[in-house]
Design a protein around this ligand. Structure first.
Ligand code: EPU
Length: 461
């Protein structure tokens, strides 16, 4: 992929040119959402203590289902506090492909329904972002049919969507799989409410079925539902759209279907994982940082583990102050669905444990392959041994700067934190993973004292 674009072409255009291209006219001329960042790298000179105040952006994993939920109504929905991320750009493209007019001027994104309706989400977009599957529930509920490319596996595991499909089938959809696509049709056009028990806790599965149930005929009860704050947020927004959703944020959600929903204007909750990442970064550098604009309630398990590791975490104003001084106490962590320790914070916490005085065990229970950061951390001088779902971390390591890369967003974030504490220079390659989920991470970290810069253009050889 070239590092520069021909004049007049947006990142969106270059990002989708190979597939049957979505209509992109509304986005043309707007500032591109970082498809141009694919070959950037981040350079960090370690050893700087982080100090100051860092702001938190809106939550990626809340914004994605909300943007997709806008498909449930006519009219124009407006979302505020939307982070400027690659995944938001991908979602905008997808919604445009589905016939919406999307105006992306982050932190404000508006989605307007038009006359043209497309119900197929193509592989070209779904492969960029698994969360594209979040259009399945809204499309089936609204139009009685959808054809959505199967997302397939990804770097962190197999990640099937059987629970999404089981739920939609229970609600009356007829589902077939052909040529890599899920084809869902509802005889009669209208889903009906059902009692659905998830075999395992799934965040986007819960979100898809909540959207589907919001326009179904009758009552749907979801049990063993995901309790994540982002699921709760979706319930809140569906209710603002005129739905009847009770219990979002608990493991039992009851939804009374409505015949129609209306558009919404909503400001998205802060990103608890971005906040948690800054908290760990501050701690690892022995810093004193106010992570501003967070809901500490959403970060309880992370705050609890940081405190156990000997780090000060206190609520302050609208944020949380982290004050840290070595030595850190080895602290075991096991990931679990909310309110357990989030899998999306596992890699970052592992870096902190590399610095702790002794041995800790980190166990990953959500995804089977979420230890890709381990070999890169070991290249930087960590001593981590993986055995199945657990990693034994032997501290205290003296990390050394190196060129590193990862194939997943949170793993990449952990390498940035490792770079902040390592001796000498670290180059984190494949920055496009970080750009999927962190808004201008290098600028935010530089503003609190990190020696960090984005190197535009080719990855170094
Ligand atoms: N699973 C199934 N069948 C299904 C659905 C899930 O077996 O039908 C399994 C998955 O393979 C996995 C587990 O259940 O082992 C949990 O997966 P889940 O469906 O909850 O994950 P997700 O909804 O695809 C969301 C976040 C992820 C986050 C996980 C877990 C979004 C857009 N993504 O993914 O975020 O790690 O929940 O909390 O909300 C990230 O932001 O870096 C990220 C990967």
């Amino acid at each position: 992929m070239p590092a520069t674009r021909p004049p007049g072409q947006t990142g969106y255009e270059s990002g989708v040119a190979r597939a049957s291209p979505p209509k992109i006219t509304d986005l043309a001329g707007r500032r591109p959402l970082r498809y141009d960042a694919q070959v950037d790298s981040i350079r960090i000179v370690g050893g700087k203590r982080l100090e100051g105040t860092v702001p938190v952006s809106g939550a990626k994993n809340a914004a994605l289902p909300l943007l997709c939920a806008s498909l449930l109504s006519d009219g124009e929905s407006t979302f505020r506090n939307v982070p400027d991320l690659r995944d938001i750009g991908t979602t905008a493209l997808l919604l445009q492909h589905l016939g919406r007019t999307v105006d992306v001027a982050t932190p404000v994104v508006s989605v307007r329904a038009g006359a043209a309706v497309v119900t197929e989400a193509p592989y070209e977009l779904v492969r960029r972002m698994r969360a594209s599957v979040l259009v399945l529930g809204p499309l089936v509920a609204r139009y009685g049919r959808a054809r959505v490319s199967l997302p397939g596996g990804c770097a962190i595991g197999d990640r099937p969507i059987d629970q999404h499909l089981k739920g939609l089938t229970a609600m009356g959809a007829e589902i077939s799989l052909d040529h890599g696509y899920v084809d869902a049709r509802v005889p009669g056009g209208k889903l009906r409410g059902a009692d659905i028990h998830f075999d395992m806790v799934t965040v986007t599965g819960t979100e898809n079925l909540m959207c589907a149930a919001a326009l179904a005929k009758g009552r749907t009860t979801l049990t063993n539902a995901a309790c994540e704050p982002e699921v709760e947020e979706l319930g809140r927004v569906l209710n603002k759209m005129g739905a009847s959703v009770e219990g979002a944020g608990t493991d039992t959600i009851v939804i009374e279907g409505r015949s129609e929903l209306h558009p919404v204007d909503h400001a998205i909750i802060p990103d608890r994982i971005e906040a948690g990442t800054f908290m760990v970064a501050a701690a690892a550098t022995g810093g004193d940082v106010l992570v501003d604009g967070v809901t500490l309630e959403h970060l309880k398990p992370v705050a609890q583990k940081l405190r156990q590791a000997g780090i000060g975490v206190e609520r302050e104003g609208r944020g949380v102050r982290v004050i840290a001084k070595r030595p850190f106490i080895p602290t075991d962590v096991t990931t679990a669905p909310h309110p357990g320790f989030p899998t999306d914070m596992q890699a970052q916490f592992m870096v902190l444990m590399c610095l702790a005085e002794g041995r800790s065990v980190i166990t990953e229970m959500i995804f089977e392959n979420r230890f890709m950061h381990v070999s890169e951390l070991n290249r930087m001088g960590a001593h981590i041994e993986v055995d199945g779902r657990s990693a034994a971390v032997h501290g205290a390591a003296r990390l050394q700067g190196a060129s590193v890369m990862a194939t997943d967003l949170r793993a990449s974030a952990s390498l940035v934190i490792a770079g902040l504490v390592a001796e000498g220079e670290t180059r984190v390659l494949r920055v496009y993973h970080i750009d999927r989920g962190y808004e201008r991470i290098e600028r935010k970290l530089a503003a609190i004292g990190a020696d960090i810069t984005r190197i535009k253009g080719e990855d170094p050889p």
